[in-house]
Design a protein around this ligand. Structure first.
Ligand code: NAP
Ligand code: HSE
Length: 430
């Protein structure tokens, strides 16, 4: 019998493209056993044709720097977009779908901004658009939501979705190194985005959350409307205080279904040490889901890096190579998604952590707790640390559940007081 070959046009031979090429080389026989076809990288698109590469293109592959040259090649069966960014990737993917070619992408930024229109285009052209690697690297969260939990209504989803940020926070917590040092290490290890502000300012996690909200709710929550706070403002001080109270600080991406309206956001939060999410360290990612039938489920694994992410890309390629059907790219029969009913983040009710920097003088604590009380915020714990030098001292409050709106109003009042010596640090407690 003649060998069946699936020809891949691979756009991008960087961290993820290189990882994919390596897995395809190492596991070629195994893959063929699974799908009965050989997957061949037939053409590779890069920016710089002369670059020395750690992972060279496969010997049989043609190298090009022309997007059209890749996408319009009639001998290619599937296009794999791993160039990142938005403009060129958008052009490449829409052109491939227009041609009726199925596409695999890891590009969460593009999907967050343009997902609905690309799914629409794929549906019109009967092409596949697969994106397992776009969220949580090697963790199979997309297929879990699309397939394994397809019959569940998802009541809540809480994720650690950015490996770089989790690595930075873990290194700051366990080794006491600075934010900058930890970020540089994350970049060296290939976890960070080309523009690391996407990671540290929370936008990468927000891109991934936008993709997951669609899969979990069947609604489109526009990325631009998602409240996003990153980890740039977190200081060693807060990490130490959180530890002293029995918490770990993590960057959390969360959506909750509140009677059909969605409350979502990306924010740093204190997680009780005994919770499973608090134990997710280094570049690892995790997603904790609550389905109405299945109950709680947690997925955990490597959220970034060449082989874990390449593994997710390959699973999509193998699915498409097996079926090449574009019927359910988005996970829903109707690919035109209704807009979500969005609940303002200000209505979120949770516990809170505050670190005030105050002048150490009589009456300060009573003023602070008075303002809190006026804003319906009930205090659970207070600690003041005596400093030997200098007149400013940190005072940490942990509160009972209070509404975010009340917290912001109280903080606006407190930060104007003359005895407050630095901007108050505030984080949610999960
Ligand atoms: P990368 O290491 O920067 O590699 C990008 C590759 O694309 C390079 O080979 C580059 O060519 C090529 N390229 C970029 N722009 C191009 C253009 N306009 N035309 C032709 N070629 C172009 O990126 P990466 O880390 O592999 O990330 C790729 C995608 O995967 C991104 O969407 C990223 O968000 C996503 N992702 C990454 C990870 C991760 O762990 N890194 C995890 C999950 C998802 P040259 O080599 O010639 O410069
Ligand atoms: N920069 C991303 C992260 C890569 O650190 O999680 C994986 O999407």
């Amino acid at each position: 019998m003649q060998e069946q070959i699936v020809r891949i046009g691979l756009a991008g031979l960087g961290t993820v493209g290189g990882g994919l090429a390596e897995i395809l080389r190492n596991n070629a026989e195994w893959i063929q056993k699974r799908i009965g076809k050989r997957i061949q990288i037939a053409k590779v698109l890069v920016r710089d044709l002369d670059k020395d590469r750690d992972v060279p293109p496969p010997p049989e592959a043609e190298l090009t720097n022309s997007i059209e040259g890749l996408v319009r090649d009639p001998d290619l069966d599937i296009v794999v977009e791993l160039i990142g960014g938005e403009e060129a990737a958008y052009r490449l993917i829409s052109m491939a779908l227009e041609e009726g070619k199925s596409v695999v992408t890891a590009n969460k930024a593009l999907l967050a901004e343009h997902g609905p229109e690309l799914f629409q285009l794929a549906a019109e052209r009967g092409a596949g658009l697969a994106f397992e690697a776009s969220v949580a690297g090697g963790v199979p969260i997309v297929k879990t939501l699309k397939d394994s939990l397809a019959g569940n209504r998802i009541k809540s989803l809480t994720g650690i979705l950015n490996g770089t940020d989790n690595y930075i926070l873990s290194e700051m917590t366990s080794r006491g190194i600075s934010f900058q040092e930890a970020l540089e290490k994350a970049q060296e290890l290939g976890y960070a985005e080309a523009d690391p502000s996407l990671d540290v300012d929370g936008y990468d996690a927000a891109h991934k959350l936008t993709v997951l909200i669609r899969l979990a709710s069947g609604k489109d929550y526009p990325y631009a409307e998602l409240p996003v706070h990153g980890i740039r403002g977190i200081e060693a001080y807060d990490i130490d205080w959180a530890k002293a109270f029995g918490y770990q600080i993590k960057l959390i991406a969360q959506v909750k279904d509140r009677s059909g309206s969605l409350q979502a956001g990306v924010f740093p939060a204190l997680i009780p040490e005994e919770d499973m999410l608090a134990k997710v360290d280094g570049p690892f990612n995790a997603v904790l889901l609550e389905g109405d039938a299945v109950g709680p489920i947690m997925l955990y694994g490597q959220g970034a890096g060449d082989l874990p992410t390449g593994s997710a890309v390959l699973s999509d390629i193998m699915d498409l190579a097996g079926s090449c059907s574009g019927a359910s790219n988005s996970g829903f029969v109707n690919s035109a998604m209704e807009r979500a009913d969005i609940l303002p983040a200000e209505l979120t009710v949770c516990r809170h952590y505050f670190r005030f920097t105050v002048q150490d003088r009589p009456g300060v604590l009573s003023v602070l707790s008075g303002i809190m009380g006026e804003h319906n915020i009930s205090i659970a714990q207070v600690v003041q640390k005596q400093e030997q030098n200098g007149e400013a001292v940190p005072v940490v409050f942990l509160t009972h559940a209070a509404q975010l709106k009340d917290v912001h109003n109280a903080l606006a009042e407190i930060d104007k007081l003359s005895f407050i010596k630095a901007r108050t640090r505030h984080h949610r407690i999960l």
